[in-house]
Design a protein around this ligand. Structure first.
Ligand code: PXG
Length: 464
C-alpha cells in the first residue's frame, strides 16, 4: 500500500492530500490550491522530495531529529521490539523490560534529583500531565488552593487544551476557548523586541522579576508552579540574557512554587549540554521531555519529577495515564537513540566543535544589511530581520510578511529555514557537519540578498 503511494506522481499525491488530509497549523484550502511539498526520504541532514529535489533540513524535522535521518539501528530496535512485545500497557500493576530500561537510563542521564518518569506520547500530553501533577501534588500536601500555573507570553508548550493554555501564543488562545482557568502569563525575556534602552542584563532581571510580581499579585498560596523553556523555541529561539535564569531560580527558591523546565526542544543536546537546564544552571523540580528523546523516530515524551515530588505523588493514586504511556516500541527506539547520542559523543561535538563553528558563522550574518541580531545557543539559532538595525525597528508591513518572503527564498535555495513573524530560525540535526554548516550559511546568505532585493523592489524596507 505505502509502496504504491511511494511511486505515485507528486501531483496525484498532492491532490489526494488536499482531498483527505487536514494539516496542523494550516489553512488547508489555501494549501490545497498550491499543493503540499511531498517529502519522500531522508538521510543525515538531507531530505529528498518526490521530485528528487534535495533540501538541507536546518530544522531537524520539527526540532527533533537530533541524531539525523536514516539510522538503521533505530529501525532494527523497533523491528526487534515489535517481534518480542509490540504493545503492552503499564496500567494495572504491570510493566515491561523496555520501559524499565528507558526509565533507568534516563534517571542516569538527567541532572540531580530528577529520577522519576511518567511517560506520554509527546510534549503536549506530557505538559498536560504536568498540570494535573502539580495541582495533585499541592492537594496531597494539604494546600489545594495552590493551583495557578504561571507561564510566559509567546511560550510554546504544545497544542492540547492544557498545553496550549500553558503556551502564550495569542493566535492559539483565540480559538476554542483558551486558556483554561488558573493559568497566567508574564512577559518573555525578549531583549531585541522588548528591551528598549536597557542593557540585556538589566532587561533580563526586569523580565525575571515579573515572576515575583505575579506571585505576589496572585498570592503565593494560590500558585502551584512556573513553567518555562530554557530557551524559547517556537517563540523564535529567544535566548534569555545571562541574568535571567539565576534571578528566576532565586525567585522560585524564595517562594514555595515548583519550577517546570520544558525541555522538549532544549533536551538531548540541543544547547550543547544534555539538557538546557545544565547550560543555564536551572534546578527544575519537574522537566518535560520529548522530541530528541527518540530523535523523532517514534512518538514518546515524559514528565520527569524530582525525588521530592515523586515521594508525594507516589503516596496516593494518581488518576491519570495514556494507553501508550511507556509504549514498548517507542521505549526501545528511544534507548537506541540515547545509546547513539552517548557512544558517538554527539552532545560533546555540539558543545566543542559544531556549536562554536556554527556560532561564529551565524553571528557573522549580523553584518548583512537586513539582519539586526543573530543569537544562538548550541545548535538552535535565530536572526532578526529589520529595516533599521540601529532602532531595532519592525517592518511597517504586517508581521510575517518579510519572514515569509525570506522563507520562500530559502526553499528556492534548497534550505529549510523557518520564519517566526520576521525572525528566521534554525535547529539542524545535531550531526550536521562543518561542510553542511558552510552550505547552510551560503544558502541563508543568498536568501537574505534575494529578500533584500525584493523588499527594495516592493518598497517594503519601511520601518513601522
Ligand atoms: N513543549 C515545547 C517546548 C515544544 O517546542 C511541545 C512542548 C509539544 O510537543 P508535541 O510533541 O506535543 O508537539 C513543543 C512542540 C513550531 C513547532 O512551529 C514547535 C513544536 C511543535 C510544533 C510546531 O516551531 N514544539
Amino acid at each position: 500500500m505505502s509502496r504504491l503511494f511511494n511511486q505515485m506522481p507528486t501531483a496525484e499525491l498532492q491532490a489526494l492530500d488536499a482531498a483527505h488530509h487536514m494539516h496542523p497549523f494550516t489553512n488547508d484550502a489555501a494549501l490545497g490550491a498550491k499543493g503540499a511539498r511531498v517529502i519522500a526520504r531522508a538521510k543525515g541532514s538531507t531530505l529528498t522530495d518526490t521530485d528528487g529535489v534535495e533540501l538541507l533540513d536546518a530544522m531537524a524535522g520539527l526540532w527533533c531529529v537530533n541524531i539525523g535521518y536514516g539510522r538503521d539501528e533505530l529501525a532494527r530496535a523497533a523491528f526487534a521490539q515489535m517481534q518480542e512485545l509490540p504493545y503492552y500497557n503499564t496500567f494495572f500493576q504491570t510493566t515491561h523490560p523496555p520501559v524499565v530500561a528507558l526509565a533507568k537510563k534516563l534517571a542516569e542521564l538527567l541532572p540531580g534529583p530528577l529520577n522519576h518518569l511518567f511517560f506520554a506520547n509527546g510534549g503536549s500530553d506530557a505538559n498536560d500531565t504536568n498540570i494535573r501533577l502539580v495541582r495533585h501534588y499541592w492537594a496531597l500536601k494539604g494546600k489545594p488552593s495552590k493551583k495557578t500555573i504561571i507561564s510566559r507570553v509567546n511560550a510554546y508548550h504544545g497544542s492540547t487544551m492544557g498545553a496550549a493554555s500553558l503556551g502564550g501564543m495569542a493566535p492559539m488562545h483565540a480559538q476554542g476557548g483558551l486558556p483554561i482557568p488558573d493559568i497566567t502569563h508574564i512577559a518573555q525575556p525578549f531583549w531585541w523586541a522588548e528591551g528598549g534602552d536597557m542593557t540585556p542584563d538589566d532587561f533580563g532581571i526586569k523580565a525575571a522579576q515579573a515572576l515575583e510580581a505575579e506571585i505576589e499579585r496572585l498570592g503565593e498560596d494560590n500558585v502551584a508552579a512556573f513553567i518555562a523553556e530554557p530557551v524559547q523555541g517556537a517563540g523564535a529561539v529567544i535566548v534569555p540574557p545571562d541574568s535571567y535564569w539565576p534571578e528566576i531560580q532565586r525567585i522560585c527558591d524564595a517562594h514555595e512554587i515548583l519550577l517546570i523546565a520544558d525541555e522538549v526542544i532544549c533536551g538531548f543536546g540541543r544547547t550543547g549540554s544534555w539538557f538546557g537546564s545544565q547550560t543555564y544552571s536551572i534546578r527544575p523540580d519537574i522537566m518535560t521531555i520529548a522530541k530528541g528523546l527518540s530523535s523523532g523516530y517514534a512518538p514518546i515524551g515524559a514528565s520527569v519529577v524530582s525525588d521530592a515530588v515523586a515521594e508525594v505523588i507516589d503516596s496516593a493514586d494518581f488518576n491519570h495515564g495514556y494507553t501508550y504511556s511507556g509504549h514498548p516500541v517507542s521505549c526501545a527506539v528511544a534507548l537506541e537513540n540515547l545509546r547513539i547520542l552517548e557512544e558517538e559523543k554527539i552532545v560533546d561535538t555540539v558543545r566543542d566543535e559544531t556549536g562554536p563553528y556554527l556560532s561564529r558563522r551565524w553571528k557573522a550574518l549580523a553584518d548583512h544589511p537586513l539582519v539586526g541580531e543573530a543569537r544562538i545557543s548550541g545548535l538552535m539559532a535565530a536572526i532578526e530581520l529589520t529595516p533599521d538595525k540601529q532602532a531595532r525597528a519592525a517592518f511597517a508591513a504586517p508581521a510575517g510578511t518579510v519572514g515569509t518572503i525570506c522563507r520562500d527564498f530559502c526553499f528556492e535555495n534548497k534550505l529549510i529555514m523557518r520564519h517566526v513573524r520576521d525572525s528566521m530560525i534554525i535547529s539542524p540535526p545535531l550531526v550536521i557537519t562543518k561542510d553542511e554548516i558552510d552550505s547552510l550559511i551560503d544558502r541563508a546568505s543568498r536568501a537574505l540578498d534575494q529578500t533584500e532585493a525584493r523588499l527594495k523592489a516592493e518598497g517594503l524596507m519601511t520601518p513601522a
